[in-house]
Design a protein around this ligand. Structure first.
Ligand SMILES: [Fe+2]
Ligand SMILES: [Fe+2]
Length: 178
């Protein structure tokens, strides 16, 4: 399960790299395809916010419930997930406005984009450096089996990186050469 989460981080990082390239193009006053940016943001809210983070939350809640955990751990993970949902919604709203030809100052947009990318990256770094090692150490084979079963009910295939690319992510898949 941790290795699937790690693979999903690599997938997310790929998309963030694409966003970074777009950001730099916009900053150099080059033309970019905003529809593609919207597709990335859509993917992240469809998959990251609805599958990846809930899976992490489920594992983490189990860990907090069944293991003796020192006080400082707290609920930072869940709070960061909520923040990412919010940041994604704000970014999506801005892209949609640009796509509808509303006048949005581009520096305002790139600032929002950069903030979103940084938030995502910092969050993944935190999980890889702090949360995953803790889970790896504390949870047994039995725990993972139990968690895997719990998760089965949610497990629809990934619409972009999974075996079949969903219609609405075909352009994006083409750009990533999947
Ligand atoms: Fe997360
Ligand atoms: Fe994650």
């Amino acid at each position: 399960m941790l290795s699937s989460l790690h693979q999903e981080h690599l997938n997310i990082a790929k998309l963030l790299d694409l966003l970074k390239r777009k950001q730099s193009l916009i900053e150099h006053e080059q033309k970019v395809c905003y529809r593609l940016i919207r597709d990335v943001v859509d993917y992240l809210s469809e998959v990251s916010d609805k599958r990846h983070h809930p899976k992490e939350d489920m594992i983490y809640e189990y860990y907090l419930k069944y293991r003796v955990v020192d006080g400082e751990v707290g609920h930072r993970l869940k709070e960061e997930h909520d923040k990412l949902v919010e940041a994604g919604a704000e970014l999506k709203e801005m892209v949609e406005m640009i796509l509808m030809d509303a006048v949005i100052p581009l520096d305002q947009f790139t600032a929002k984009l950069q903030q979103f990318i940084e938030l995502q990256e910092k969050h993944m770094d935190y999980e890889e450096a702090v949360i995953f090692p803790r889970l790896r150490e504390a949870l047994t084979e039995d725990d993972w089996r139990h968690l895997e079963q719990n998760w089965q009910i949610h497990s629809n295939a990934d619409p972009l990186f999974g075996p079949e690319v969903a219609q609405h992510f075909r352009d994006l898949a083409g750009r990533l050469a999947l």
